[in-house]
Design a protein around this ligand. Structure first.
Ligand code: NAD
Length: 472
């Protein structure tokens, strides 16, 4: 019988009236488990449980908050293999490579580091007239909504700093990959105070209800720009603070004459990490027109040594696209490029069958104006765009609604530094891409988001400033 995964509300396992199948994208005939469908009443219960927990957690000691986050890190470590296996089956990413074991390692690393952060009081003035102290206080009940690409790690990114800062949480995972998050939160509840961390599961409408709930004091959302706008519109009704981590269409610029062989690993995994289903992956590469063929061939050759397959196979380094909608989007973008003169150097022909495998695909002879270049493909496809003038490449890289990350590649480090200064993005990399860490703030500009996660600035996003201003 297919295993049912359950919600955790107020520290207790809660069953639902109905469940839906979650399928394995490497073999869609396989049902991985069943996900509950929360009712509006479940959401109310979760928000109320979080409110109750918050009323005491807001006054908890710093030591208790550190201990809670460390306990979450330990849960992620102690149950890494179980969670990684579940994650591979529902998400598709391999156990190995930059896959589900890597993601579980990230969960423990982020939780442990976030435990060590603090936001101490600041004395702004101490004079004969007054003493002024700036405190960072929690916001209340945090509503968290997560996507399907790095589901467990992004859940950790949301709820650990929220708890560290003294808040309680209601999380809603993506309907495509809810199981590993349900299980992680069930396990975490064995050590956390009841109601501090609640999880409800359901479709997109549950996300909308969560963002429109009177009991939510802060929203943290990671997902698409289209949904981010809806989250923001609902948040506006109550002036609820939001952190939005949205889509990216990260450009990279290779300086003229750069030897791609020196950077091939960084370029390849910078774009193909998680089969390209990463917000901050390299999604369009600008290369001098004289170098395009060589760069494309070097990347194509490299790709032949990176096995793509069922994630449970220990040899696999890349997995399938996660769901049918995304598979169709990736296929459409490649076909649109092909129909409009694009040259597919490698890949482009999915194997078919009951799965969403799409091969690593490198496309040249495309430019701005092609959908594959202008839109976020979110799959294992990299368009290489020819330029003949670096200034023009910078202008084209910046001419985008997106502004998550960007990168510049070359051996002349003065030249890469000068270009890095001109690229418009939350993070600009030199000679690498997609290198994130828990002490480095991450966030997008333009339509890629509002606010940052990670580091002290990320923690501060779960607080408001409270000033105590005392007469002498
Ligand atoms: P999505 O926006 O479709 O869904 C994300 C979450 O929002 C899901 O849990 C979904 O159920 C929920 N949701 C859907 N409609 C909603 C609504 N009206 N109100 C509230 N919640 C709603 O995104 P996705 O397809 O799951 O994720 C892929 C996107 O996420 C890509 O664009 C990617 O770039 C982006 N992403 C960004 C980051 C980042 O840190 N910037 C990280 C990962 C993914």
């Amino acid at each position: 019988m297919t295993k049912k995964y359950e919600m955790t509300i107020g520290g207790k396992t809660v069953t639902a009236d109905s469940y839906a199948d979650v399928r394995n994208p490497a073999n869609t005939d396989e049902i991985v488990g069943q996900v509950p469908k929360a009712s509006a009443a479940h959401l109310d219960q979760a928000v109320n449980a979080a409110r109750k927990a918050y009323e005491s957690w807001r006054f908890s000691s710093d030591a208790d908050r550190v201990a809670a986050c460390q306990a979450i890190a330990k849960v992620a470590t102690d149950n890494a293999e179980e969670l990684a296996t579940l994650l591979t089956k529902e998400q598709g990413k391999p156990l190995n490579g930059l896959g589900s074991r890597f993601e579980m390692g990230g969960c423990a690393g982020w939780a442990g580091y976030t435990a060590s952060l603090s936001l101490p009081d600041k004395v702004l003035e101490e004079s004969d007239e007054k003493t002024v102290i700036q405190k960072r206080v929690p916001l209340g009940v945090v509503g968290s909504i997560t996507p399907w690409n790095w589901p467990v790690m992004i859940a950790i990114w949301h709820f650990v700093p929220a708890i560290r800062a003294g808040n309680a949480v209601v999380l809603k995972p993506s309907p495509y990959t809810p199981l590993s998050t349900l299980r992680l939160i069930e396990l975490a509840n064995e050590t956390l105070p009841a109601g501090l961390l609640n999880v409800v599961a359901g479709g997109n409408e549950l996300g909308a209800q969560l963002t429109d709930h009177d009991g939510i004091d802060k929203l943290i959302f990671t997902g698409s720009i289209a949904t981010g706008k809806k989250v923001m519109a609902n948040a506006a009704k109550r002036v609820t603070p939001v952190t939005l981590e949205l889509g990216g269409n990260d450009p990279g610029i290779m300086l003229p004459g750069t030897d791609p062989a020196k950077f091939v690993e960084g370029l390849f995994f910078g774009s193909m990490i998680n089969s390209g289903q990463t917000c901050g992956a390299l999604k369009r590469l600008y290369v001098h027109e004289d170098d395009v063929d060589n760069v494309a061939n070097v990347l194509a050759e490299f790709s032949k040594n990176i096995p793509m397959g069922d994630g449970m196979d220990e040899a696999s380094m890349l997995g399938p696209v996660q769901n049918e909608m995304q598979f169709k989007k990736v296929s459409d973008l490649v076909e649109d490029a092909r129909a409009n003169g694009g040259k597919v150097i490698v890949g482009g022909n999915p194997p078919g069958g009951p799965n969403y495998f799409y091969p690593v695909t490198i496309v040249t002879n495309v430019s701005d104006g092609h959908r594959l270049v202008d839109e976020e493909q979110f799959g294992p496809v990299l368009p290489i765009i020819a330029y003949n003038d670096v200034d023009d490449a910078v202008a084209r890289a910046n001419n985008s609604l997106f502004g998550l990350d960007a990168s510049v590649w070359g051996e002349d480090r003065d030249a890469t530094a000068a270009i890095a200064d001109r690229l418009e993005a939350g993070t600009v990399y030199e000679n690498k891409h997609a290198d994130i860490a828990p002490h480095i703030p991450m966030g997008g500009i333009k339509c890629s988001g509002i606010g940052v996660e990670f580091g002290e600035e990320g923690l501060a996003a779960y607080t408001s400033i409270k000033v105590i201003n005392k007469a002498a």
